[in-house]
Design a protein around this ligand. Sequence first.
Ligand code: HEC
Length: 314
Amino acid sequence: MYMHNRIGAQTKRARVGGALMALALAAGASTVAAQQGGAREYVPFDDIDPTLGHLADMEFSGTVRYWKDEETLRQHLSWVGDPENEWKLNYKHRDLEYDELHGGHFYLEEGEAAFRELSERHPGFAGCIGWGEADLVGAATRYPRYDPETNAIWTLEGRIEHCAKAIAGQELPQGSPGNTRLSLYVKSLSHGMPIDMDIGQPALRIAYERGKGLFYMKAGQFNFACATCHSPKTPVMGRRLRGQMSTTPFAFAAHFPTYRSARGTVETLQERIGLCSRQMRVTPLRPGDPAYVDLEVFLTALSNGYPIVSPGVR
Ligand code: HEC
């Protein structure tokens, strides 16, 4: 079950653009609504062209022009600490810290050692992650990916869980430190390479539409949607919330798993989604839940073309 809406009884329907969107919502949201006994309410949808990847932000918040690459970021570093302007950097200035020593590097070292040990004992492990390619340089850029044989969408963490079990008989559930460490290591092998999820693939495209539906769906005690804080159509984006500024969802997926300096731990994208759900007073789901996979596909499409940063820090 995705989100708890204790307010309920709202009947206003979403205005949905495009048949695909309507289909995907009917498939995704109707099960949620059926489970919870009420129609869902949405904040206004943004018109996003998912084939444009992170550059679709041009028509969204327009801030991509300030964070699109390292040089541009450096030109705007004086905005750091300036409450009027810092949000326009979309926290990307912190990507510049990836090669400074932070906790993520220790985690990465442990991940590399664990990966070597696992693939020495079980030579098929790397090939399972790389879909037949044992050389994993660039592999992370193509996740989440669709597998026609299993008719399933695999996130990197989901694939690690699956391959550890299938090849090595090891339990490495998504969200566990053992899984996240390996994910961070595999992701680091693609550092600097643009994200390239195949949004032209029909199953991924449908998952994207479902994920988008969830992103704009109101839920929880406050009746917030993800978009309430992360879309410029609503008044929160760019404003401070308990000392934090919330930002545009474009290129969110690039730096996960991320070392969170405030918490002293590494978190995956889906764990972060869970933390934001808590802020909405919505019970978080377990990593790997289909709703979180859909949200990850949605957010990764919005990150396409943006280079991976690993180990990232926030
Ligand atoms: C109450 C406001 C609020 C809501 C609602 C909210 N978020 Fe967030 N979110 C934040 C803040 C604040 C941050 C930290 C600053 C930032 O990175 O934007 C954040 C960060 C994130 C990040 C990490 C961004 C990064 O670059 O590290 C992701 C991913 C994210 N949110 C996804 C979601 C999703 C998905 C939902 C809906 C389930 C959601 N958020 C709902 C406020 C919110």
